[in-house]
Write a protein that binds this ligand. Sequence first.
Ligand SMILES: C[S@@+](CC[C@H](N)C(=O)[O-])C[C@H]1O[C@@H](n2cnc3c(N)ncnc32)[C@H](O)[C@@H]1O
Length: 263
Amino acid sequence: MPADDITPAGVGAGTANIARMYDYWLGGKDNFAVDRESAEEVVKISQGRVLRGVRLNRDFLGRAVRTAARAGVRQFLDLGSGLPTRENVHEVAGPDARVVYVDYDPVVAAHGRALLATSQDVGFVHADLRRPGEILGHPTVRRLIDFAEPVAVMFVSVLHFVDDADDPRRIVGEYRDALVPGSHLILSHLAKDDFPDRMAATERVYEGASARLGARSREEILALFDGFELLEPGLVGPTEWNAPELALSAEKFAGLVGVGVRR
Ligand SMILES: C[S@@+](CC[C@H](N)C(=O)[O-])C[C@H]1O[C@@H](n2cnc3c(N)ncnc32)[C@H](O)[C@@H]1O
């Protein structure tokens, strides 16, 4: 399929781009003025919480990958991987792990190919995660991932960019059905329960961005784990997920995180 078919709107300098806004909050350099403007609006709406939230989200990603690796998972499919940053999956998962990064943004793909896919065991696929069949059958995925062995499928801070019309539950289910027992689902997602007004205002900022944002309810996010057994402590805030050093923090964030194991 030509890359143009999957290029999201707003990859140029004129539209705020969701990958580059996230990069800005993380302190990265791959962003333009239009991204920074929208990103700063969200900083204001969230009273600065977004800045700590994105770091906690990355910390969760690292802890979750280590948890899967300790359980014996050696293969990782990181869907909506974003611009390369610190502690990328292959750097955390250990030297014998095989990792495929997937993102539909051509700039992310270019950076990912250059900075992440630098060894035989790491690949980058420029594709849309809403088409699981294409990704599961992609030659790079087939070369690096053996679906007869457990795989960790990761949707970290990405499914809130997938509209209800595209049915995220069906999408996760299609990946799940390709996995053997012992495989992991690593997921984080913005929830609207604790901050309904601030999330609604944030969604309005994304109306002009490369993808719309749609926070979901805790119930809806929990339903994405259908067919997986949630590991302790369940679907929780990022400071509560197996981070004893953060456990006493009273901070609240809009994101929920969890790891499930395929039954
Ligand atoms: C907020 S970033 C998250 C990056 C990383 N997963 C993390 O949590 O640090 C979301 C990423 O998902 C990508 N993305 C959004 N929708 C996608 C889709 N349908 N298919 C592939 N990638 C997508 C965006 O391009 C962006 O790079």
